[in-house]
Write a protein that binds this ligand. Sequence first.
Ligand SMILES: Cc1ncc(COP(=O)(O)O)c(C=O)c1O
Length: 297
Amino acid sequence: MESRFVWMDGRLVPFEQATVHFLSPAIHYGLAVFEGVRAYPTPRGPGIFRAREHAERLLHSARIFGLRELGYGAADLALAMSQTVAANGYPACYIRPVIYMASGAWNLNLDTGRHAVGIAVWEWTQFLGEEAFARGVRANVSSFTRHHPNVMMTKAKISGNYANSVLAKTESVRLGFDEAIMLDPYGFVAECTGENLFLVKDGKIRTPDSATVLEGITRLPADRRGPHRSPDPGDPASLPRRGVRSGPALRGLDHGGDARLPARGVGRGERSRTSSGAPLRKLGIDRAKRRLDNRRP
Ligand SMILES: Cc1ncc(COP(=O)(O)O)c(C=O)c1O
């Protein structure tokens, strides 16, 4: 992927010059926190979806991770995102702010390192493929378990956490699925590799308990009207109890939209069963997406 300018610690630098040294501890140990944000086209140019909430979650992740003296507030980061979007001139784009360990910390102590901040944007449309909205995605229940909260800080979007996602996603794609559903260390449904999960039960949308998942900004009610206003935080969702097989949905900005993607099939290992995502459609997901499209931002 490519773009025109990258924001690096307060300066917009041309894409080719936005480099990080090989001896940056962020690369060696996954010492970074990041966000995935989107700007959508509007008649007044690209508009960033919930810029402030994303900037706050980035800072929150950094603090949970243990970084101190961040040097920027949420308003600074939201402004920097707007500047980067404007400098690049895309009508719509994906925005990736990162706070990363740039030097030091070789002794595995964050307090001996120096962190830096960068923001890149690029045109990234569909994370799970062009057909995901129309046909739904097929998800595999991964053999990899989501982190226990005392193993990794699951409430923070820490780069190193995503090695777990990469293992699960790669396994699922190699088995012929589009995405992985991850269970928590107790066997309850947690989330997907880069999206939260929503389940349909008794005509209502529920979302698994948030203990071990990254609390997505798209978990916030996108539309307060209608049956999909605010998903009920379920009690722990096990595969049979919550009827995962009857039509879960995936949600997260990375996959290219802030509407829910229907899952059309859930499998375990090499077995899979397909459905059409119909339960979600019945609950007005298509209508919700259309409304969201009209309101952006
Ligand atoms: C692990 C994980 N869970 C959930 C989400 C959904 O988050 P959001 O709704 O803020 O895009 C993401 C995406 O950032 C994610 O990476």
